[in-house]
Design a protein around this ligand. Sequence first.
Ligand code: 5CA
Ligand code: ZN
Length: 412
Amino acid sequence: MQSWSSTPVPRVAGQPRPLRLFDTATGEVRPTAPGPTAGMYVCGITPYDATHLGHAATYLAFDLVHRVWLDNGHEVHYVQNVTDVDDPLLERAARDQDDWVVLAMRETALFREDMVALRVLPPRQFIGAVEAIPEIVESIAKLIAAGVAYRVDDPEYPDVYFDKDATGRFGYESNYSTETMLGFFAERGGDPDRAGKRHPLDALLWRMARPGEPSWPSELGEGRPGWHIECSAIALNRLGSGFDVQGGGSDLIFPHHEYSAAHAEAQTGEHPFARHYVHSGMIGLDGEKMSKSRGNLVFVSKLRAEKVDPGAIRLALFAGHYRSDRAYTDELLAGAKQRLATWRRAAALPAAQSAEATVARLRDHLGDDLDTPSALAALDAWAAEALSTGGTEQSAPTLFRAAVDSLLGVEL
Ligand code: 5CA
Ligand code: ZN
């Protein structure tokens, strides 16, 4: 698929700081240690509705990872998928008597526009599930050949499933108990009660064609892919085993990222699939997780139509830590607009006190598991002083502006 256009990222004077991130698998903040090229895969949208602020928060968190790595002189090989065929998309299309292909294309196009407006740096490869079907089929065939995938005993629909114990490490990514896994599996697209499975937690790899459902011919028989194998194959084929960051919202910790990793590791025999599993918290509205199924959504496109500055949307979402579940409120956005206006006034001054120590603090905070609340506070302090006592350094407002642009993606 076509990715989206990039905005330039200015170089910022001073010393970059390496990036440490919380890893779900080990439960600790650890240094990322990319080579010259850092590899990142972030799970993309299922395009049946517009991008809401929860999605935006997740892509903005990983945009900061991207930017901090760039600041450290790494190239970034960023890959993102689009789940452009899956049950929720087909269900929405059926409900609205819409063509699922057209629905997916329309919402993906809107997503790209939202990402450009929010100045999210684009993935190098933006890959749809449909276009990846041949490579997904190849992955599934390898799992069958390795004896870790099997067909359910159903003559009508002999779907292919994955033996969750294939690697002997199942559970290492989420660290959840079997009971917790079973709960999330049922809640998040799994089918614990499917007759003929060897274990309730075995996951679907290939669904044989059903009447009225889209399907593709393949060596596995006419059908369509399961969800986890999609991201597993797309990531593995572009980034290889042991890439730096596998990312997404915390609702993907289980089952999605556990199985994506297990599918890949069972094929390659290599561990780990990703060196860090990084998860952003859930954005809520009115006390509940913002989600398409609940319908309690604030869309990025709606805020854009209301002429809300995308910089204010970024700052509203950066006001809380990326890992914390947090609420979106009108007050949060109002506060972000005010902060943006103050920073703009400070950046427009002809001269100010030095910004070097502030930029160092910004880098320190971002390097420390993307601590944006502390980073924003440091920038607030500089702006307040610049606007009150000020200073005579003419390059200071320019340095401040470049650092906010490059590291936070906010244009002043
Ligand atoms: N297509 C799959 C991933 S392969 C999917 O989960 N799509 S999605 O459209 O439901 O979500 C897209 C991304 O936004 C995922 O990373 C998901 O974890 C994240 N996300 C969804 N809802 C929220 C929310 N309320 N807050 C923060 N992130 C969210
Ligand atoms: Zn995914």
